[in-house]
Design a protein around this ligand. Structure first.
Ligand SMILES: Cc1cc2nc3c(=O)[nH]c(=O)nc-3n(C[C@H](O)[C@H](O)[C@H](O)COP(=O)(O)OP(=O)(O)OC[C@H]3O[C@@H](n4cnc5c(N)ncnc54)[C@H](O)[C@@H]3O)c2cc1C
Ligand SMILES: NC(=O)c1ccc[n+]([C@@H]2O[C@H](COP(=O)([O-])OP(=O)(O)OC[C@H]3O[C@@H](n4cnc5c(N)ncnc54)[C@H](OP(=O)(O)O)[C@@H]3O)[C@@H](O)[C@H]2O)c1
Length: 317
């Protein structure tokens, strides 16, 4: 890789704060690659002035992320999981499921995905990665363990957590408890009049087995968000006659557009080719987020006239 040049970026107050620079600093010398990505992130913010959350830090894919960090900090930790194997909550979902966020956005701490990992991970591959991760990081992982209740004793400053491990009740007394049961742990099964008389099959998306058994059959999917679109598309491809029921408006964005306008400047093959590794991408995304909406053209440095404009970039002048 050619040596990284350094370049000077003018500062405004928010960039100052985000980079935690001394008050007297008036500009900032960064590697050209980082400065360029920062420029893109800033001009991105200026473009999406109504969308302060346009460049968020990565979402976590798992509680194991927290468990791994606590272990490194020397905090004794038990991870309690009702499924048998780590990654089962992904394995048990419908078979066409692939992540919609690109691989660079999904890394776990300490062990990056191999560099030939697919951009959008299939769910079983991700499940296997999580299982491998829990083993290799030597996490204290209790599978087949259902948490039944948790209560806090103010006087003792201690939790009482009742779990059933492999069928046997166990009471744990931790000082700290992380509730990471996920946002999708409890299926939302609305009641519709006549459901009890309906002779066809009914199931929640978390129990959907995939499209194969439904070729040539009529299917109705209630809902119009991510799961509904994935399931409807797979049913249609398998030859089912499928109808989607949409209750309210749905925000639809093409994956290509999101990559070009949102994540792509820092989380993409192009970003990697420009030398932006995952840690740098995270830092840039956090900076862009902390800056909040920018006034158009205030903080985004001008790109010199005549410089070739790259795909996915728009000049802010
Ligand atoms: C179909 C689907 C696709 C998704 N795709 C993406 C994506 O592309 N990118 C992205 O960033 N996010 C995606 N998400 C969101 C993603 O799953 C969450 O952001 C992420 O998994 C959150 O991690 P978590 O560890 O907090 O919770 P989860 O991964 O939901 O893990 C919670 C765990 O708690 C266990 N649990 C629940 N209750 C109990 C109990 N009482 N006792 C013991 N164990 C219990 C569950 O079995 C589960 O394994 C998707 C979600 C779904 C449902
Ligand atoms: N490939 C992927 O990356 C992927 C795939 C699936 C899911 N996910 C993620 O998983 C999470 C959950 O997504 P999801 O699609 O399973 O659920 P969701 O986003 O909560 O969407 C539920 C859908 O069901 C509809 N609905 C709920 N109750 C209804 C009722 N009584 N009558 C009619 N419609 C009803 C909702 O309509 P209203 O909008 O009107 O409430 C909505 O369209 C999200 O974070 C999503 O991004 C990601």
């Amino acid at each position: 890789m050619p040596p990284r040049k350094r370049t000077t970026v003018p500062l405004d107050a928010r960039l100052h704060r985000a980079l935690r620079l001394p008050a007297k600093a008036t500009d900032c010398t960064l590697s050209e690659v980082i400065a360029d990505a920062l420029r893109q992130a800033l001009s991105q913010e200026a473009r999406n002035i109504q969308q302060a959350e346009a460049l968020q830090p990565r979402r976590t894919i798992s509680l194991k992320d927290v468990g791994a960090r606590l272990k490194r900090l020397g905090v004794p930790t038990i991870i309690v999981e009702k499924n048998e194997r780590a990654g089962d909550s992904w394995r048990k979902r419908y078979k066409s499921l692939c992540l919609h966020d690109p691989v660079w956005y999904d890394h776990m701490p300490y062990i990056p995905f191999p560099d030939d990992w697919p951009v959008f991970s299939p769910k079983d591959k991700l499940g296997d990665w999580l299982e491998m991760y829990a083993k290799v990081m030597e996490l204290n992982y209790w599978g087949s363990t259902l948490c039944e209740s948790a209560s806090y004793d103010e006087a003792r400053q201690e939790w009482t957590v009742k779990v059933v491990r492999n069928g046997k009740p166990v009471t744990l007394k931790p000082k700290q408890l992380v509730l990471a049961t996920g946002m999708s742990a409890v299926p939302n099964m609305p009641k519709f009049p006549g459901m009890e008389k309906f002779k066809g099959e009914q199931h929640h998306s978390s129990k959907h087995p995939g499209p194969d058994a439904y070729a040539g059959k009529k299917c109705v999917v209630i809902g119009s968000n991510n799961s509904a679109h994935d399931i409807c598309a797979a049913l249609w491809e398998a030859g089912a006659d499928v109808t989607m029921v949409q209750r309210s408006s749905t925000h639809v964005a093409r994956s290509d557009s999101l990559m070009e306008l949102d994540l792509g400047p820092v989380y993409s093959e192009q970003a990697v080719a420009r030398g932006i590794d995952v840690d740098t991408a995270d830092m840039l995304a956090r900076i862009a987020r902390k800056l909040g909406p920018l006034k158009r053209g205030v903080a985004a440095p001008k790109v010199a006239a005549g410089e070739p404009e790259q795909k996915g970039e728009r000049r802010v002048t």
